[in-house]
Ligand binder design. Structure first.
Ligand code: CTP
Length: 408
């Protein structure tokens, strides 16, 4: 990431207090930040703080850029590798959706030829308002990338979606947005060893609801699944990407099917069949809450926590592997283990009936879960092959090559 430049547009929301931390994270990766403050943004954080941390003066007004004569505002947006809007307020999103350009931030957003990543932050009612949802749909259609918003207690005292994603999550989304392999490679997309083949990839965590505002989740970022989908796409495959609520954005050029729960993921995989290959990279929750509530669970004053009743989720990998008529030619599973990796993964391959297992050690000390690298062992019926530690993108490319070889 060293040498890349982020144009960071800071909107007017209380979440702007997290922006200094985001700037620190971006700069720690060797990237430069060009900060832009909207008028409202300047009310929540100061140009001085932002400028000091960014190591560059924050730009504020459309007409007061001292360097206008030399570079101009259009150049400002063209010099960046990625435009990040955080916090992206309802107002900024509306301006972007409509193509308004009445201040420096909106003008830059209209003038840029770079990818744009937004981190929305607003009151929960503003988020749910049909106007915001309409604008969101327009922005998605325009190819704008999005991270968050998260769900939780809000500064205004309400609860729900609308909190800006944490700086670490925004940083992960920036890394992914800058990673060229997530963009379709036009020269390879039309033809490659997998042209004409359909592959289903599952990815990310699943969320199992407890009540309308709470759920059970896991730490999967969806990075490995997204990279695999992108690598298969680059070999020419038509990819159905079935993803839970992941941190890492879905790659372009694949069919994205978004789900929340394991049950929805199973249904989405079924709807996507038939396929020549299936790669199950999702970290599917093993259990769901059967007595989940339609209404927010309240404390009843007795001090007794609610008793959650759990049931095992369908094993999607085992189910696909056991299909009679529609079984893909090649079914690949993952095995996330913390000890005795080969023994457990070998047993898992046999138990689930898949052809290959990509096994990895996810002990916290490896930093693999949520990290950029992976060290895997590819297990087939014929034996185990240990790959050296490499980036998740490199693992994805090698796996896609192996899949192409196998399908012939
Ligand atoms: N998997 C799945 N559906 C489930 C659970 C897991 O499709 N309900 C898939 C995952 O996508 C992965 C593989 O099964 O490809 C193994 O996942 P893992 O979490 O390692 O294994 P578990 O089935 O949870 O087994 P264990 O509890 O023994 O670790």
């Amino acid at each position: 990431m060293t040498g890349k430049r982020i144009l960071l547009i800071i909107g007017g929301g209380i979440a702007a207090y997290k922006i200094p931390q985001l700037i620190r994270l971006i700069r720690a990766e060797g990237m430069a930040v060009t900060p832009i403050l909207t008028r409202a943004g300047g009310e929540f954080t100061t140009a001085m703080t932002i400028s000091v941390l960014a190591g560059e003066a924050a730009h504020e007004g459309l007409f007061d850029i001292s360097t206008e004569a030399e570079i101009g505002h259009i150049q400002l947006s063209r010099n960046a590798d990625l435009v990040v809007v955080a916090p992206a307020t309802a107002d900024l999103m509306a301006k972007m959706a409509q193509g308004l350009a009445d201040d420096l931030a909106s003008t830059l957003l209209l003038a840029t030829d770079k990818r744009v990543l937004i981190a929305p932050a607003m009151n929960v009612r503003m988020w749910h308002h049909p106007a915001t949802q309409r604008n969101l749909a327009l922005l998605r259609d325009d190819g704008i990338l999005m991270i968050g918003p998260d769900e939780g207690d809000m500064a205004c005292g309400e609860f729900g979606p609308g909190r800006m994603a944490e700086p670490e999550a925004i940083m992960a989304a920036i890394r992914e947005a800058l990673n060229v392999s997530l963009r379709p490679a036009p020269e390879t997309r039309a033809s490659g060893p997998l042209t004409g083949r359909h592959v289903i990839v599952t990815s990310g965590p699943t969320h199992e609801p407890i009540d309308p505002v709470r759920y059970i989740a896991n730490r999967s970022s969806g990075a490995q699944g997204a990279a695999i989908a992108a690598a298969l796409r680059d070999l020419g495959a038509r990819v159905s990407f079935v993803t839970g609520p992941a941190v890492v954005p879905a790659p372009e050029g694949v069919e994205v099917i978004r789900v929340e729960t394991a049950m929805q993921m199973r249904d989405a995989v079924e709807a996507a069949l038939p396929a020549e290959a299936a790669v199950m990279a999702a970290a599917v929750a093993d259990w769901r809450v059967v007595n989940s509530s339609q209404r927010k669970m309240k404390k009843d004053g007795t001090g007794q926590p609610p008793a959650l009743e759990m049931a095992e989720n369908p094993d999607i990998l085992a189910w696909v592997s056991g299909l009679k008529a529609q079984r893909p030619l090649l079914v690949v599973g993952f095995a996330a283990e913390t000890h005795d990796v080969i023994a457990h993964a070998t047993a898992k391959r046999q138990r689930k009936g898949c052809d290959w297992i990509v096994a990895n050690d996810v002990s916290p000390s490896t930093g693999i879960m949520g990290g950029d690298e992976n060290a895997v062992i590819l297990l087939r019926a014929t034996g185990a092959e240990e790959w050296p530690r490499m980036s998740k993108h490199e693992v994805a490319r090698r796996l896609a090559d192996e899949i192409a070889k196998e399908l012939g």
